[in-house]
Ligand binder design. Sequence first.
Ligand code: MGD
Ligand code: MGD
Ligand code: SF4
Ligand code: MO
Length: 704
Amino acid sequence: MFEAKRSLNKDEELAAIKGANRTRGLCFVCPFHCVMDYYVKDGSLVYQKGADDAANQGSRCAKGLAASQLVTDPDRIKFPLKRVGKRGEGKFERIPWDEALDMMADKLIEVKEEYGPEAVLFEYGRDPGVNFVVHLLSELYGTPNIFGHTALCEMDRRLAALTVYGHVYPVRDYANCNFAMLWGYNPLNAPQGLYEQRELINAVDRGMKLVVVDPVFSTTAEKAQEWVPIKPGTDGALALAMCRVIVEEDLCDHDFLVNWTSGFRQFREHLRERNYTPEWAATITEVEADTIIRLTREFATTKPALMENFKGLGNYDNGLDASRAVYILNALTGNVDGPGNLILKDWVPLGPAVSIPEEAKAKNEKPPLPVAMGYPLAPDLPSGLVPKAIMEDDPYPIKFWILFHRNKAMTEADPGAQKRAFDAVEFSVCFDLYLSETALECDLVLPAVTFYEMAELKNNLTLHPQTVISQPILDPPGECLPLSEVCKGLAQRLGYGDYFQWETWEDWATRQLEPVGISLQELKERGFCDGEMRYRRYLTDGFATPSGLVEIYSENFEKHGYNPLPEYREPKVIPDDGYPFRLVHQKSSVHKQSKTQNLPLLMEIESENWMEINSADARNLGIQDGDYAEVESPQAKAVIKVKVREGVRPGVVCVRHGHGFGHWGLGSVAKGKGTYINTLLATSVNPISGGTALCECKVKIRRV
Ligand SMILES: Nc1nc2c(c(=O)[nH]1)N[C@H]1C(S)=C(S)[C@@H](COP(=O)(O)OP(=O)(O)OC[C@H]3O[C@@H](n4cnc5c(=O)[nH]c(N)nc54)[C@H](O)[C@@H]3O)O[C@H]1N2
Ligand SMILES: Nc1nc2c(c(=O)[nH]1)N[C@H]1C(S)=C(S)[C@@H](COP(=O)(O)OP(=O)(O)OC[C@H]3O[C@@H](n4cnc5c(=O)[nH]c(N)nc54)[C@H](O)[C@@H]3O)O[C@H]1N2
Ligand code: SF4
Ligand SMILES: [Mo]
């Protein structure tokens, strides 16, 4: 059995040895907040470890540990900066906060008068403090346009889960599961919290069957009993054929279907009419029909079980329906929200940090951008379409663009279009730790704090409801400020100062905790607070879909003119003779997206990214392991290091995302290391979810 290696010392002993103060906090590097113990002495962080009694059981990953280098990174920006040179040129001048806030407030007033409040767009990559922005810019000032980065991330999965289950973010109960099939999901490489990795490995160890559907023999596939090396972009066909086998062989959970789902009959007819048979799917997916039938029977007869998918499906233009079909498989077999299933997790009722009376709230006259862009069901902003909005005033003018914790100029597909949008927009602000590529394009750059320097209360993504807390344990360098304080300064200038009143962060945190039932003092000491884990909440509450049922057939889709049942379409981009390979992506296991490449500890482990290619393909191209190759799409080309592997499907190449962000004005460690690949990608937006399909890309490869 896999056992976490625990610290030999008790927390208090450690603190005494180090002569340091221990504070409970969070790791904020990825969104799956592991609970931490931070030891601070004389204003410096001297030691950090995972909290023993939390779900991460004393552990922290390499990214989390190295994050302490964010604090002391000499490349951090420490003062507000105003652009004085051309965009992208990197010429800025230091200005006082008062001047930066005055500039922003004046611009906010001017834009509202001339174009309306909706002309202000705030985009964030991570959300510490974004609740203050919602209070200020949405509730008071009146823009409906405050959005995250979901379009680049799990937009299709999110809309699929909302449509089928009425839940925004299901999580996985491996501990009680006997059969798990993961589609385009690689948690042992790119974890969603260390507890998930541990639970998955423990479950496999206990005998849970793990099946991984992935064109690449991923880290998770390595631990699975079965790897299904599917042809990229064809998961929808596999999932629909599995649905059909369950229906035709009557492997359904009848009670669940009758009592808790809608649209089964229409779905059965649809599967028959479209002839979604295993044989049909075999020709598309290149997974044998016998394998499809066998895996379906195993899944449907092993209880409890779960089917889960993540970014690997949403990276294709047809990913939304593929994801829906995967979720319908759980519904057909009654594997929903019970022990060992996908859990429709319950949330902690955190209150607002700022209370604004209803009568003071602005009335948003214009619809939010996703609706105005023609994506009424999109759960977040179709962010790939922002350049069009800015450059063509379509659907309406966007004049003031704020980017927080978001490297928009680099992490989107077609970064050239993003840069043109920065040129076109009237005023732009970037709020970051570094002078990132996005910051270089902006008029104003604001120095942000790390999670070691700020307070935040959050709902964690654990199976049960859990409140977690980030406490400021270090003073920020220079004049770095959290978003809460920036909003306070702006609120005063915009005439909303009365609502943004607090002496210390404890004042607003206490307000937020009121509905939760734990005091701030206790939460500070414990670091987390668990709510009750309740399986099958639907038995009392129903599902949060329009019908209160699991929706196999979506009337909401029908109302908006979309097919109410999931269907299979070919992926948008198909490799051809000119571009014979399909380019897919994975995360780096020791880096987090584009934000850890300036940390020396991590760059020592992985200083450049690479492309994996099948050994037969490599032989044909005369490429050997460790060589560099040119990879070219219809959009652009790049040179990247190659790793030759058996475990990549022939015709597929797999690149790690995150490196090659070499243009940083300040980024001395990151600069020039690895290969940036997003220039190879064209923007492909899912017509319903608005998600960006990052793997709709064909390439040719040449030895250099
Ligand atoms: N270490 C680390 N961990 C992270 C992150 C990080 O940057 N670094 N990022 C976090 C974030 S923001 C996210 S969104 C999650 C993402 O978590 P994942 O979705 O697990 O991450 P990806 O690496 O994008 O992996 C997607 C998988 O899909 C596979 N794939 C590609 N095409 C197809 C296909 O057509 N069909 C199928 N079935 N599979 C396909 C890829 O080979 C890959 O193994 O990870 C989070 N965790
Ligand atoms: N080719 C390719 N592109 C991808 C992906 C892929 O797999 N392949 N993955 C996609 C996915 S899943 C996602 S989620 C997106 C992520 O894309 P983004 O949302 O743009 O996020 P990050 O890459 O994490 O970059 C965040 C920025 O935040 C800054 N930052 C770091 N810490 C802090 C902080 O504490 N405060 C503030 N204010 N700023 C901070 C960093 O310096 C960086 O400039 O990328 C997507 N892009
Ligand atoms: S898994 Fe994420 S939250 Fe946990 S330690 Fe690693 S980076 Fe931090
Ligand atoms: Mo993501």
